[in-house]
Design a protein around this ligand. Structure first.
Ligand SMILES: Nc1ncnc2c1ncn2[C@@H]1O[C@H](COP(=O)(O)OP(=O)(O)OP(=O)(O)O)[C@@H](O)[C@H]1O
Ligand SMILES: [Mg+2]
Length: 324
């Protein structure tokens, strides 16, 4: 049945059982040169079950930091991470290992996902063993997983160094899928791949979404790809969400000056309305200052002294800017 458009909920209107991942007011502070550096500031969003949710932003904007908090490789300073209605923010040790049945991650550097001393088959076998899959079933299951990502049986005996980046990336996805997670966090998984291999990986993600209702958090630089495959996105600038909502709407009609800058660097823009901010100053920021102030053409005094809040600017489109 095709849903009437007016009955389709935005992610802000979802019921708890429709939400796979809920990130609530997450902050992460690192020490940099002995000073506190806010890598994520009060980041909140919901991801619905079965969606591909994009995270975009410049290098250093906090995308991988976000992925590391969600997968509990790190612990956030503030906020909550809720996976399938379970708060995982303060879990420790063995409890954290248990969440990896539900949530798995694949990173940009696929070779780094494997122990170089183990064959691909052995790496996957270890994970299956940890998940109590009986010995006699593990080889068959490993072959099935490799076939799912388009690698035949011979790859079971290969070491990561004997494989190309694309093959290794697909093997990393196979390994992540071995625990049958419901959520897969993908951090720039296609950026090291040829376009044709990239296409294969994307088809695979879509296939798994259709068959297993997998949910994805898809961190990606490539806005054309994000527009093509993501349902909703957030745009990060210096650890802050500046724009969020429907992926196609935001990429075709970016409103925040920072998002316009990101989009215009990918797609050629001729229209006046896309005019790009082009100033950079070194003014000292106070805590309330908009994080884009120093680069923004639209800025006013208000931007310096009052934190902007996300506001609704259309059906499923939110922007954090005083001047929009
Ligand atoms: N362990 C750490 N200690 C100190 N600073 C860190 C640490 N990890 C990340 N940072 C800083 O946090 C900021 C965000 O980094 P992050 O890796 O999340 O960016 P990113 O958006 O993933 O960038 P890229 O697109 O280049 O992968 C950067 O300024 C980075 O230097
Ligand atoms: Mg990163």
């Amino acid at each position: 049945m095709i849903k009437n458009k007016s009955t389709i909920k935005t992610n802000q209107e979802l019921d708890n059982e429709e939400i796979a991942l809920s990130v609530k007011n997450i902050s992460k502070i690192y020490k940099k040169n002995n000073k506190d550096y806010v890598a994520l500031e009060d980041v909140s969003f919901d991801v619905r079950k079965g969606e591909i949710f994009g995270v975009v932003g410049e290098s250093g904007s906090g995308k991988s930091t976000l992925a590391k908090q969600i997968t509990r490789l790190e612990t956030p300073n503030n906020g909550q991470i809720i996976v399938n209605n379970r708060d995982i923010t303060n879990l420790k040790g063995r409890e954290i290992r248990n969440i990896y049945k539900d949530i798995q991650m694949v990173f940009q550097d696929p070779i780094g996902s494997f122990d170089p001393r183990l064959t691909i088959g052995k790496s996957i076998d270890e994970l299956l063993k940890n998940n109590k899959v009986p010995k006699e079933m593990r080889r068959k299951k490993t072959i099935e997983l490799l076939e799912l990502v388009g690698l035949d049986e011979q790859y079971i005996d290969k070491y990561p160094r004997e494989m190309s980046g694309g093959q290794c990336q697909r093997a990393a996805i196979a390994k992540a899928l071995s625990t049958e997670p419901s959520i897969l966090i993908c951090d720039e998984i296609t950026s090291a791949l040829d376009v044709s291999i990239q296409g294969q990986v994307i088809s695979l993600l879509k296939k798994l979404r259709e068959h297993n209702k997998m949910t994805y958090l898809f961190v990606c630089h490539d806005l054309a790809l994000v527009e093509l495959i993501c349902d909703n996105i957030i745009v990060l600038n210096k650890g802050n969400i500046v724009e969020s909502g429907d992926a196609k709407e935001i990429i075709n009609n970016p409103m925040h000056p920072y998002t316009k800058l990101l989009v215009s660097s990918i797609f050629p823009i001729s229209d006046e309305k896309w005019s790009i901010p082009d100033i950079v100053t070194d003014e000292v920021e106070n805590n309330n200052c908009c994080k884009f102030y120093n680069r923004c053409k639209l800025r006013s005094d208000n931007c310096k002294n009052t934190k902007p809040q996300l506001k609704n600017v259309g059906k499923n489109h939110f922007v954090k800017c005083h001047n929009i």
